[in-house]
Design a protein around this ligand. Sequence first.
Ligand SMILES: NC(=O)c1ccc[n+]([C@@H]2O[C@H](COP(=O)([O-])OP(=O)(O)OC[C@H]3O[C@@H](n4cnc5c(N)ncnc54)[C@H](O)[C@@H]3O)[C@@H](O)[C@H]2O)c1
Length: 256
Amino acid sequence: MKIQGKVFVVTGGASGLGAATATYLVGQGAQVIMVDMNQELGQEMQQRLGEHSVFVKLDVTDEHAVKVFFENIEQQYGQLNGLVNCAGIAPSAKVLGRDGIHDLGMFQKVLNINVSGTFNMIRFAASLMAKYQLQAGEEERGVIVNTASVAAFEGQLGQAAYAASKGAVVSMTLPLARELAREAIRVMTIAPGIMETPMLKAMPQNVQDALGQMVPFPSRLAKPEEFAHLVGHIFENTYLNGEVIRLDGAIRMQPK
Ligand SMILES: NC(=O)c1ccc[n+]([C@@H]2O[C@H](COP(=O)([O-])OP(=O)(O)OC[C@H]3O[C@@H](n4cnc5c(N)ncnc54)[C@H](O)[C@@H]3O)[C@@H](O)[C@H]2O)c1
């Protein structure tokens, strides 16, 4: 898919990987709608990126609000070509912690945002993408890129909820790609390692350096721009479909 002139929705677009992705896509000539719960950061992003971007405050788990959001996209832009799901949360807690057993509500919240939120966006996005009229020379109507984590494969101590949620994102990739193939829509997932996003930048420099040293090569945290670049490649390479790509410098996480 050619990125220039196409319409993309990026969730979690106010911060970290979503913000880097929105910046990259606008730089390639796309129209980008960023959605996030963080209105202040989202509006800053919109100002920074200019007229080819717009920020909409949206909770990806809200069934009604997401339906209305996509109806508005259809009215305003008449098409949707790409969805990048970056919205997510990553709390950690032990099953048997110092303060008692793992809170069930917290487990459900992680699953709700990371899995149901991702799926909620996918179902409405796919429905709109399927209406796209292919232009001469075009092969595909839409591309969906999800964000899992290496925790889907090597969840660490305290990551039962987070790892379960990212495992679900990994597992839904192939059945979605299989089903949406007949609409010429591709579905891919990226499983990042340790990324230099605001979450990690808040840690002391020596902790960041120690985390970076754990990565075989390059021995540093990944830059959000490297994630965005991979998203761009996935959009442009039509033969990538139904697969999960680790973006991790060959790291395999240890138990803790
Ligand atoms: N940073 C890392 O090292 C890393 C590693 C692996 C995977 N990931 C995954 O990448 C994704 C992005 O992470 P990040 O590091 O950029 O984090 P981030 O916290 O910088 O960005 C996530 C954004 O999602 C938004 N969000 C949370 N819940 C939402 C909801 N219900 N509706 C809409 N927006 C919501 C937040 O407001 C935030 O702006 C997450 O899914 C995370 O699990 C991150």
